[in-house]
Design a protein around this ligand. Structure first.
Ligand code: HEM
Length: 415
């Protein structure tokens, strides 16, 4: 690292220590506020690996790094700890871990899923899935919002988009749950052990088989669009298809599920904001969704690696240095947000970095996620006006995502 390793931790907290991520949210927030007030980004070193990173905690720094992708590379990996090299060799590279020209090439292909025609079709589908989920909630009265509602919506929407047959959905979900149980940035020194990988391999095997079938008999779903050639003759091979689907499950399902759960809890804890929202659902739902994503920041951080020596906001960074972009801290930056701890659905403007700091890796599914959140809250608050969380969310301590394991909820069933 170019900068000397700090051991005195001016914030009073060591971001490389997994214990820090188990502390209460308010305490962590205060530590980040102290870091933002410092002149330069601080270097933290993982004592187990001896590897260090510069913590980018200010809004302006996260934006600058995100928008200078030729210097701040994703290719060496964006997650911490780094996956073993053979994992990437076996499972293929997902686009978050690629730089141009491979990133641009892959992103162009998968962006086919997000053409106006496909999005318009998906919007009707999202509304239908949200309505069906609320039907089931009314009928079955489940207790956990996460499994019954928040995880179900994004998973069903992605399966519909990809064209995953109904009969294979439960099996894939079981493999995914299995894989995510055995991975975890949270417990940040835990490597991905064999059981999780076997589950991932089985899941990718199912997707690869579907890809081969759709190549022979294309339909109008996303898998067919990805495995058949475009005008330039490019299509995804089986490995790329498997890697993309895994990414969608992690990037698209877990994030949206966490945002939905945090949102219900925030709106329960802030009755005045909820009253504002329900008084003008159409007018305020967009602002509410942005504020939920800002306030909860489902993805806490992503990493970049320096391609060359570079000065960021007066801080000298050397080629090979790692930097971690703390989206959660940027979203509390008092230089950008007035009273950043407050939950205010009328906040405007709201230039949060919950979907990334801009640049080529900006969340591909941001529009989709917004549509899902709007559709679900609209359905919930219209049909179950007193729906609310009970107690706080059960969180999974993590330095990577703001994951909710479960959230109890209640409502008065409609007559
Ligand atoms: C509230 C929900 C979501 C949040 C908070 C979220 C957040 C993010 C963030 C922070 C990034 C990294 C941006 C960067 O490095 O600049 C990202 C990337 C990505 N997201 Fe999302 N996301 C959400 C929903 C979704 C959905 C629904 C999908 C799937 C359709 C999706 C697909 C992706 C993909 C494919 C990438 C990688 C893009 C690339 O590397 O080019 N996300 N997301």
């Amino acid at each position: 690292m170019s900068a000397p390793v700090r051991t005195d931790f001016p914030s009073g907290a060591d971001l490389a220590d997994p214990e820090f991520w188990r502390r209460p949210a308010a305490e962590r927030s205060e530590a980040f506020a102290r870091l933002r007030a410092l002149e330069r980004p601080v270097v933290f070193t993982d004592r187990a690996t001896g590897r260090g990173f510069h913590a980018l905690v200010r809004h302006a720094d996260v934006v600058a790094a995100s928008r200078t992708p030729e210097v701040f590379l994703s290719g060496p990996g964006v997650t911490t700890p780094e996956p073993a090299r053979w994992v990437r060799a076996v499972f293929g590279d997902s686009m978050v871990n690629l730089d141009d020209p491979r990133h641009a090439d892959l992103r162009r292909i998968v962006s086919r899923a997000f053409t106006p025609r496909l999005i318009a079709r998906v919007e009707d589908d999202i509304r239908a899935v949200a309505a069906r989920i609320v039907d089931e909630v009314v009928e079955r009265r489940p207790q956990d919002f996460v499994t019954a509602v928040a995880a179900e919506l994004p998973y069903q929407v992605i399966c519909n988009m990809m064209g995953i047959p109904e009969r294979q959905r439960r099996e894939i979900l079981a493999q995914v749950n299995h894989a995510s149980e055995h991975t975890g940035v949270a417990r940040s020194r835990i490597r991905v052990p064999g059981r999780g990988l076997r589950a991932l391999a089985r899941m990718q095997g199912v997707i690869a088989a579907l890809g081969r079938e759709r190549r022979r008999h294309p339909t109008d779903d996303l898998i067919s669009a990805l495995v058949t050639a475009d005008v330039d003759g490019r299509r995804l091979n089986s490995r790329e298809l498997g890697a993309f689907f895994s990414l969608l499950l992690v990037a698209g399902v877990e994030t949206t599920r966490n945002a939905l759960a945090h949102g219900l809890h925030l709106l329960t804890e802030h009755p005045e904001q909820r009253a504002l929202l329900t008084a003008d659902l159409d007018g305020r739902i967009g602002g509410a969704v942005e504020e939920i994503v800002r306030h909860s920041t489902p993805i806490i951080q992503f990493r970049r690696t320096l391609a060359a020596d570079h000065v960021l906001n007066g801080a000298p960074l050397a080629a090979g240095d790692k930097v971690v972009l703390f989206f959660g801290s940027a979203n509390r930056d008092e230089a950008v947000f007035t009273d950043p701890e407050a939950f205010d659905i009328t906040r405007s403007p709201n230039p949060h970095l919950g979907f990334g700091g801009g640049g080529p890796h900006f969340c591909l599914g941001a529009h989709l996620a917004r549509q899902e959140m709007k559709a679900l809250y609209r359905e919930l608050f219209t049909r179950l006006p007193d729906v609310r969380s009970v107690g706080g969310p059960e969180l999974v301590p993590s330095s990577f995502d703001h994951r909710v394991r479960s959230l109890r909820f209640t409502f008065t069933p409609p007559a």
